[in-house]
Structure formats: C-alpha cells, structure tokens
Design a protein around this ligand. Structure first.
Ligand code: URA
Length: 494
C-alpha cells in the first residue's frame, strides 16, 4: 500500500503531488491511500493489508505524463465534496487516463459520471451559500461588523469567499462554518479554524427584517412546497431566521389563496371596454390622439396600438393621483402582475416598498401622481406564472406619447424617475441611475427630474445590511424630491 497524508480536507495541491508520484511509480488505484492529517479515516478499520501479489502487479513506472484540463477542473471541485472516497475516485480517473486519454469525454462512464455529479453538488452548495448566508450585526472596538454562521453542504467556504468579498467590500465581516472561518477587514481576507454555532451572535434586529421581508414576499398562490424545499433545502432552514415562518405560512396559504381567488377580479369594466372598442372602430383614439383630461387619456391608453404590448396585457394601467398640479409625479417602469389585474399602478410588492419609503420621507401618496413609463404589463408565461420582462427602448419610446400627456395634464414641479426605464422615458436618454441619482436635472417644460432606483431593486437585494443601506439612500432621494416640490397646497385631490 502506498500512502500519502494531505495537509487538509481540501488540500488539492497535496493530493495532486501525491497522486502524480503514485502514478509515475505505477501504483494501482487499489494500492493508493490518501489520508488527511488529524482526520479519522474510518475506512482503515475494515481494510486488509494489500497482498504481495497485488504489490508485485504494479504497472511499469512512467517518466512523465500530462492530463487534460477538464480533469484538473473537475478534480478541483470534487475535492471539496464531503465524501470520504473522493481522493480515491480522482486517483482512479487519473490512473485510467493513462490508457484512456479521452476518458473525460466519455460522459456515460461510471467514474466520469460520478465525478460530474459530485462536482455539481459542490457547485450547488456554493450557490446555496451565496443565497443563504445571513449576517448578524455586532459592535466591536472598531465599530459595526457582521458575523454569519453557516453550515455548507460541502467544503465550499474558500471557493465561495471571493463572492462575499466582492459583494460586501466595504463592510467588515466573518463567516463561521464547521470546516473553518473566514474574515474580511475591508482590505484582506484571512482564513481561520472551524467554529461552532455558539461562536456566532444568536439574533439581532436584522432577523426581524428578514422575517418581515420573507412574509411580505411570500405568495400563497404560487406555493409549491416541493419546489420551495428544492430551492431552500431543509438542511439550511435552521440557520435562516425567516425559515421559522415557513410551516405557518404554508399552513395559512390555503386560506390566503382562497381569499385571493374570491377577491373580485379586476378586469377592465365592460362599459369601458365597449366604449374603447367603439372608439377604436370609429378611429377617435387613433395613433395621434391627444387627451384633454386624464379620463380621456385613460380611454386612449386602452385603445393604444402604438406597440404590441397591449396584446398580452389584461388592460392598460394609467397613472393615478391628483388631477391637476400634483407637485410630484412618480414614474415607475411598467405595471406588474398585480397592477395589470387591478388596473392601478404600484399596488403589488414594489408598491408596498414605495409606500413605506414615501411615508418615511414625509410624502403623502394621495398627493402624488403615480404612473409608469410603459402602460401595459410586459411578461412571458412560465407555466401558470407571468414573469416580468423589461420593456425595450422602442416600447418605452412608443409609450412616451402617454407619459408626456400625463406630464402636460398634471404639470408636476418634480418628476421622480424610479430606475433606468423610467429615467429613459423622462429624460429621453439612457441614464446611469447610480451616478445621476441624488441631484436634480432640469426638464424642458420647466419642471425638474430626480433619479433614483426602482423599489423592486431593494426587494431583490439578498443581504439585509446592504438592503438597509440602499433603502436609506432611496428614502434620501425621496426627501430630495420632497424638498424640490415646495408647497403642495395647490394640489387638488382626485
Ligand atoms: N413596478 C413598476 O414599475 N410599476 C408598477 O406599477 C408596479 C411595479
């Protein structure tokens, strides 16, 4: 038996050196043994000593060899797998490459398949780590820092740490796992010994935010327990603050779905549809239709054929708010799933984020005219779901016809554009939102534009600390818009 002791569980260089030496010496896979310093190797309890014949049966030594890159790539992943026999599998492949140089291309081969499967598991574990690490805030002598306890399915801490460095460059953080820990102080990444859950803070106020966020984005009508557990496997639940809510949310989902189904379906009303059909027929809402009231504009939008988006939408969704001289107009991207059904802008999850931020900024939504750059819901069907699709420039341009009319009729002092599509529609040019936010931009009608992010950007941020920071910046942009509005006394409620 030829044995090699590796420095650690993911010591790829150590394994590579030893495996190369074994193969050069003609050591058959059955004769090769890899152990890890300090680790218990249960397999040794059952093994018998190799026979003399076997040892004599070694292949002739080689002087040198090379291996395909595909093997090195997959080996670097497989070594992170928790299985005890991963070193043996890899050595078996390395050995077989001697007589089968194209082995890695034979995807039906049992060993190749096994390695591919293990590499896939590792990659999935890394992906889950990116999604499910939850930081908790602590205060130390240097100020705020963030600590997370995480139990990865495979040994992916080192592999995945670069992601957290890139994502949270300006924060100080530590990720503790049973395999090891890593620390980022804002400039350098360091690795340390394994930790236990008790080494991490147990909970903090960030935990409450996760719960609120998860509960508010949980859609009972879209609940598929199996799919959800596939995406968020149970093994991760114990370290996810929001996971404690799942059993109750699942239990309550039938009631909530029933309520949603029983709620009146907001289709465009029959009288309106008829009127529109008539106007389309007699041509009074032809392409160049100019509205003299917001009510007329609403009819015009329903009859709009300036682009193709009307085909798949339930109805056109116009803005709503004070009829004339709302000091502030807020422009979003396009109606979402719920807005398309309700016929009203910002009534779904993004609307909830917007409402909360408006009230924090001291802005009363009922005094604001809220609309969208594009009036029909652009989406693609995925099973029963309708997935949002970003409108393209030509659709934004076609719909500017209506936005410009809303601006003429409402005559706001300030137009707040939420995100890139709204900014394109308002300024008629492509805008780098993160660069141009936070200042006011003059518009040709004498009003001013303020640029900020779209509320759904905040909903998508997976990390609570970053989301809080971004949300504060969003509220600051709303406050800037409010400051530029001046007095809203002359606005008239709808
Ligand atoms: N997102 C938008 O941009 N507008 C809405 O009305 C809803 C979601």
């Amino acid at each position: 038996m030829a044995s090699a002791e590796l420095a650690g569980q993911i010591d790829f260089e150590g394994w590579r050196k030893a495996a190369r030496a074994f193969r050069l010496a003609g050591v058959e896979p059955a004769e090769a043994r890899f152990t890890v310093a300090g680790a218990v190797d249960n397999r040794s309890l059952f093994d018998t000593a190799p026979s003399r014949e076997k040892r004599l049966g070694r292949r002739a030594p080689e002087t040198a060899f090379t291996v395909p890159k595909a093997f090195v790539d997959i080996a670097q992943e497989v070594i992170l797998h928790r299985s005890a026999d991963r070193f043996d599998l890899l050595y078996r492949l390395l050995w077989r490459l001697r007589d089968e140089p194209d082995l890695m291309k034979v995807v039906s081969d049992v060993d190749v398949l096994d390695a591919m499967e293990r590499a896939k598991n590792v990659s999935r574990a890394s992906h889950k780590m990116k999604a499910f690490v939850r930081f908790r805030m602590i205060e130390d002598e240097a100020g705020e820092a963030y600590v997370a306890w995480f139990e990865p399915a495979h040994r992916v801490l080192e592999k995945t740490s670069g992601f957290f460095v890139r994502r949270f460059t300006s924060m100080r953080w530590s990720i503790l796992t049973p395999d090891g820990s890593c620390f980022w102080d804002g400039t350098a990444l360091a690795f340390g010994p394994p930790a236990t859950a008790a080494d991490a803070p147990q909970d903090d106020e960030i935990e409450e935010f996760w719960k609120t966020y998860y509960a508010s984005t949980f859609n009972p009508a879209r609940l598929k327990v199996k799919t959800m557990q596939g995406e968020m496997p149970k093994q991760y639940w114990k370290n996810l603050p929001e996971a404690g809510l799942i059993p109750d949310l699942i239990a309550a989902s039938r009631d909530r779905t029933d309520t949603m189904v029983a709620a009146p379906h907001s289709q465009p009303n029959a009288r309106l549809s008829k009127a529109i059909a008539r106007h389309v027929r007699d041509g009074s809402y032809e392409e160049g239709f100019v509205a003299s009231t917001l009510e007329e504009l609403r009819h015009g939008v329903q009859a709009c054929r300036r682009c193709d988006l009307w085909r798949d939408a339930t109805q056109g969704v116009c803005g709503e708010g004070p009829v004339r001289r709302a000091a502030l107009m807020i422009v979003g991207e396009q109606p979402g799933d719920q807005e398309d059904l309700a016929g009203r802008p910002f009534v779904g999850p993004a609307g909830q984020v917007l409402d909360a931020a408006l009230s924090e900024a001291g802005i009363d939504r009922s005094e604001v005219y809220v609309t969208n750059a594009v009036k029909h819901f652009k989406h693609e069907a995925r099973g029963k779901r309708r997935l949002h699709k970003t409108p393209v420039a030509s659709e934004v341009s076609a719909c500017r016809w209506w936005l410009d009319q809303e601006r003429r009729l409402v005559a706001p002092k300030v137009v707040l554009a939420l995100g890139a599509t709204a900014s394109l529609a308002v300024l008629n040019r492509k805008v780098a939102v993160m660069t141009e936010r936070g200042s006011t931009l003059p518009l040709s009608d004498g009003s001013e534009a303020v640029i900020t992010v779209h509320p759904s950007y905040l909903l998508r941020l997976p990390d609570e600390a970053i989301r809080q920071k971004e949300r504060a910046a969003f509220v600051a942009d709303l406050k800037l818009a409010r400051a530029r509005m001046g007095s809203t006394d002359d606005s008239v409620a709808d």
